[in-house]
Design a protein around this ligand. Sequence first.
Ligand SMILES: Nc1ncnc2c1ncn2[C@@H]1O[C@H](COP(=O)(O)OP(=O)(O)OP(=O)(O)O)[C@@H](O)[C@H]1O
Ligand SMILES: [Mg+2]
Length: 256
Amino acid sequence: MAKIEGFRLRNFGALRDVTLGRLWNQGTKALTPLTVVIGKNGAGKTTLFDSFGFLADCLKEGVEQACDNRGGFERVRSQGEKGPIEFEVYYRESDNSRPITYEVAFDIDRGGRPFVKSERLRQRRKGKPTGHPFSFLILEDGKGVAWNGEHEGVVEDGKLTLLDFLNQLSEPSETNERVKVELSDNRKLGIATLGALKEHPRISAFRQFIEGWYLSYFTPDAARSLPKAGSQKHLNVHGDNIGNVVQFMQRDSQAP
Ligand SMILES: Nc1ncnc2c1ncn2[C@@H]1O[C@H](COP(=O)(O)OP(=O)(O)OP(=O)(O)O)[C@@H](O)[C@H]1O
Ligand SMILES: [Mg+2]
C-alpha cells in the first residue's frame, strides 16, 4: 500500500512553513501509518488535513476551483505572504519501492487568477538510498519535460535551468524516453493530464494515489445516532457511520 513518509507546506493558511515526517533531503523520521496531531484551537490542525483535500481538489477540479471552494486564493495563502503556496509530498508506492517526491507551487497571475506555477516529480535511483534523486517530470508555467515509462530522469544540480534543459532538447535529440510537455491549461495539474497516459506509469500511480485520498471530519455527536445496518468501507465526512465501518473491519478480518 502507498504510504506518505513526510510532507511540507508553505504559505497555506496558518501554516507558513511546516514539515512533518521526512523529505528526500531531510533525515528526520518517516511518518508512521497512524499519526495523531494535537494542538490548541486555531493552531492549524484542520488546515493541515485540508492541504490533502486541496491537492485532491486541484487534481479533480483544477486549482481555481480548489481555491474558490475555500474562499479564493488570498484566503488560502497565508496572510501577508506574497510567495506561492507550496506542497512537497514524500511517499512510497510500497515498502520496497523507491521513494518519490512530488513538489507543486501555486500562484496568482496579474488578473488575480490562480495557476499552477511549477510541478516536479523525483525518484531515487535503484540501489541508491542517498544522494540526489532523479527528476522525471519538470514543469514550469505548464511547459517542461517528462520521462516515459520507468526511465530514470535527470539529476538537477541547481545549475541547469529548465530553459537550458529545453534548449538542449531540440527536436532531433528528443528520445523515446524523454518528451517535451506543453499544457494547454495552466490551471490544471500536469499530473492530472500526464497521469492519464499509459506512457507515464509512475505519474499515473501518483495521480491515483492522490485521487484515493479520503478525508473524514469525525464529530462524536454525529456518531451518537443509530446507524443504518450494513458494513461500509469508509468513514463518511462526518463519521456518523463509524459503527458500519467497524462492522466492515470485523468482517474483513474474518474473511478467509
Ligand atoms: N490565510 C490565512 N493566513 C493566516 N492564517 C489564517 C488564514 N486563514 C485562516 N487562518 C487562521 O488559521 C486558524 C485556523 O486554523 P485551523 O482551523 O486549521 O485550526 P484548528 O487547529 O483546526 O483549530 P480548532 O481546534 O479550533 O479546530 C485561525 O486562527 C485563522 O485565523
Ligand atoms: Mg479544526
